[in-house]
Write a protein that binds this ligand. Sequence first.
Ligand code: AMP
Ligand code: GLY
Length: 406
Amino acid sequence: MRILIIGGGGREHALAWKLAQSPKVQILAAPGNPGIARVGTCLPADRAQNLEADLTVVGPEAPLVDGIVDSFRARGLAIVGPNREAAQLEGSKIFAKNFLTQRQIPTAEFVTVENAGEARRALDRFGLPVVLKADGLAAGKGVVIAQDRDEFEAALATLKGRLVIEEFLRGEEVSFIALCDGRDVVPLAPTQDHKAVFDGDAGPNTGGMGAYCDSAILSEAQTHAILDRIIYPTVEATAFTGFLYAGLMMTTDGPKVLEFNVRLGDPETQPLMHRMASDFVPALQAAAHGELRGVKLEWRPAPSVCVVLASGGYPGAFPTGKPITGIEAAEATGATVFQAGTRSGPEGLETSGGRVLGVTARGENLAAAIDGAYRALREIHFDGMHYRRDIGRKGLERYNGKTVGT
Ligand code: AMP
Ligand code: GLY
């Protein structure tokens, strides 16, 4: 069968790598990237609309918000993703917050503001720190956590249009992703992202500098609470199809929604695909055909870790076209290197984006998985490359060094 993957980042490479391991599958990607070209055929982005693949899986949010699922379904094609209306859960923060409140799904207290005066009144209500969110899609740059009044005013000056101002929540952040068919739900294993650019969660937010996947991130009771209070009510209310990604804060009052995404996470997908033991293709087909009931996904006990290697300057301005070396040597250590911001240049592989590679490894416990990823990435070089050195450390603190995952 022919599976079309829409997108061309690290998430899509991980998905392509996993689906290509399924028997009798041919991978097509639009536009894909040089990593995906190792396991499938890459086509120009505008070819996607004219292909009649047996199944299409959409990576990024923009085509979902634009209604790609509606148009593929209108042509009778099987596709994994939400329709345009449900994609508003990610496309508009105001829509998502109003939805959460109406359905009494736990989330931070908030107000919607139209101007600076209203925003300052909201600050008086919530106090500092406070969170400001631009309404529309902003590629990870639409959220500011203001620690003091100056940062608050600076954020007001840069964020455009209507804003959500909300209470600052404390706790541990978890990415909880579920595959949905409009009624039934198959949760993926829990993951944790690392959004800030520098070690210790310092510096501005990025799209994600690394993630790990480990069943120990959530207890069974926490997983049940998330499904009962957040995922099922959302799927029921929206007849949600595709990947529902709840960005959660695990607070002392239970899980609360920070944001919804309507797709797989990037980089969460990299450790997820690395750890998934089941063939993913039957589950995706079931999701596209409304037949998820009874489907289960199996996970390897070994945790997995993905460390993102970013271009110098990212998440600010960065140069491109820097030659990349050492991927083969890194993979010879047993890791898998997923490509995100890469392209083929005159002298071989070179950088083309902010997040360039995702070095991903498993280990018998989280510490071993972390070691595996960092040992592998020592082999890789490109000019200006930087990465966080503490991916997964919060997870290690959770077990105080005990072996887990068996
Ligand atoms: P979002 O795009 O809404 O997930 O926001 C990006 C990041 O900002 C999240 O991953 C959190 O780290 C942080 N964040 C967002 N909302 C809040 C909040 N209400 N309290 C604390 N941190 C938040
Ligand atoms: N890693 C966060 C996201 O995919 O939005």
